[in-house]
Design a protein around this ligand. Structure first.
Ligand code: SF4
Ligand code: SF4
Length: 188
């Protein structure tokens, strides 16, 4: 195959100094700075706490009202409308979790319990939020729709222990989720 040699174009003096690009960048920055001071930034109404339309005055102003439905925040456990635990302690989420953030200790449901047909529920269920990458795999794999990524993003702890969400905390964040839960289906 014939080879075609291309000559590399030589840089002009201005290009070698990078000055046009530098001034162009400064002009864009200046334009946005002036617009923000005049409150003319597109979408400024979403940041109304700042007064300039660019920065958000956190924590007074937050994203909470603007988070999309598919936002992936803190993973949490949910109960059904009657306060029953949806989780059957199958540990699928524990094994699929990429950073190994979930640790479950399965527990037996006593035979005299009205819901004993399900047999298991989590005795302990911990999610280490210093490891969680908010990937949503736990939610996807769960056969009982027991674990969901909520919209919470304020995960705060003063030490590593506080960053591990235990079962109680997970249910507190998760709350109630309505809808079909397969394990309560008597025909199943
Ligand atoms: S969101 Fe991902 S990383 Fe976090 S607990 Fe679920 S599977 Fe693990
Ligand atoms: S949350 Fe879902 S996947 Fe995880 S142990 Fe419970 S039932 Fe299984």
């Amino acid at each position: 195959m014939p080879v075609k040699k291309l000559t590399r174009p030589k840089l002009t003096l201005m290009e070698k100094l990078y000055l046009p690009a530098v001034f162009k960048g400064l002009a864009i920055t200046l334009k946005h700075a002036i617009n923000s001071m005049r409150g003319k930034t597109p979408g400024a109404e979403n940041f109304n706490g700042s007064g300039t339309g660019v920065t958000m005055q956190y924590p007074e102003t937050r994203w909470d009202d603007h988070l999309p439905e598919y936002y992936r925040g803190t993973p949490a456990l949910v109960t059904d409308e009657q306060g029953r635990e949806r989780c059957v302690s199958c540990q699928l989420c524990e094994f699929i979790c990429p950073p190994k953030a979930i640790a479950i200790t399965p527990g037996e449901i006593e035979s005299d319990d009205p819901w004993a047909k399900v047999e298991k529920r989590p005795q302990e269920f911990d999610i280490d939020m210093t490891r969680c990458i908010y990937c949503g795999m736990c939610e996807e794999v769960c056969p009982e729709q027991a674990i969901f990524l909520r919209k919470d993003y304020l995960v705060i702890g003063l030490d590593r222990k506080e960053m591990v969400h235990d079962k109680e905390k997970l249910y507190e964040i998760g709350g109630v989720r309505e809808g079909l839960v397969n394990k309560w289906n008597e025909l199943k």
